[in-house]
Design a protein around this ligand. Structure first.
Ligand SMILES: [Zn+2]
Ligand SMILES: [Zn+2]
Length: 241
């Protein structure tokens, strides 16, 4: 507890010396908890976790009562049967949540990693059937990405998660064409065989990533993990398109 208090005070001191402000509204942060999460108290309260029922295939919130969302109903049988067993997506990637992720990735708001970890942890222990005792496996970064960006945004969150739950780094991504430049089907073929298991995965695990778009990255990760011995693969992503 004492260490946490010191860490909180240090984060406020850092904010005072090198002000980043609130990652969403830019307001000056005067409170140690605000500095700790990189958000003012008003903005921090604006991201409640949804308790709505989710699509059984992609994890997006359901508008109708049916178990599968409209988007997934249009999928081919192969696409509708992903290799992960369930998926939890926290926030739609629009408006304020978009600002949140952009501030984290491209700004000086790395303190947000603590905010994201809190949300992931409460979601893991709250809305699903898995617990913090099941190891978390981060989706590996593209080769060269750390060199370009200067840091690994997912690893930064993983380090914080590791204080509350086991984290296993068993995946590695081999070099390939940037995912963003490819179409949907190309993405899948491009990824197949390029994400490899570098150590034996646990039987049950939770893979996590920042953004879920087509789900192909998560699916290939789950497939690789299962081929290497994992029996149950849950997925969790902070944002979805
Ligand atoms: Zn704010
Ligand atoms: Zn769906």
């Amino acid at each position: 507890m004492k260490t946490l208090n010191i860490a909180l005070k240090l984060s406020l001191l850092k904010e005072y010396l090198f002000p980043a402000g609130c990652a969403v509204c830019g307001r000056t942060l005067f409170d140690e908890h605000e500095a700790w999460f990189g958000l003012c108290v008003d903005c921090a309260g604006g991201f409640p976790l949804s308790q709505e029922p989710r699509c059984a295939v992609c994890g997006r919130p359901l508008i109708s009562e049916a178990e599968i969302c409209m988007n997934c109903r249009k999928k081919t049988p192969d696409e509708a049967n992903p290799d992960y067993d369930d998926m939890t997506l926290l926030y739609p990637y629009i408006g304020r949540t978009q600002t949140l992720l952009r501030s984290y990735k491209f700004g000086k708001h790395r303190a947000l990693a603590r905010f994201f970890s809190e949300k992931l942890l409460s979601s893991i222990s709250g809305i699903n059937c898995f617990t913090e005792k099941i190891p978390c496996v981060p989706v590996p970064p593209r080769p060269g990405k750390i060199k370009t960006a200067g840091w690994d945004q997912i690893e930064c969150i993983a380090k914080i998660l590791e204080k509350s739950m086991p984290v296993m780094r068993c995946l590695k991504r081999l070099s390939s064409k940037t995912q963003k430049e490819l179409g949907k089907s190309e993405r899948l073929t491009n990824l197949q065989g390029r994400i490899i298991c570098i150590k034996k995965p646990p039987e049950e695990l939770i893979i996590f990533d920042d953004v879920f778009t087509t789900g192909s990255t998560m699916n290939v990760c789950a497939k690789t993990l299962k081929e290497s011995g994992a029996k149950k693969v849950h997925g969790i992503c902070l944002f979805y398109d």
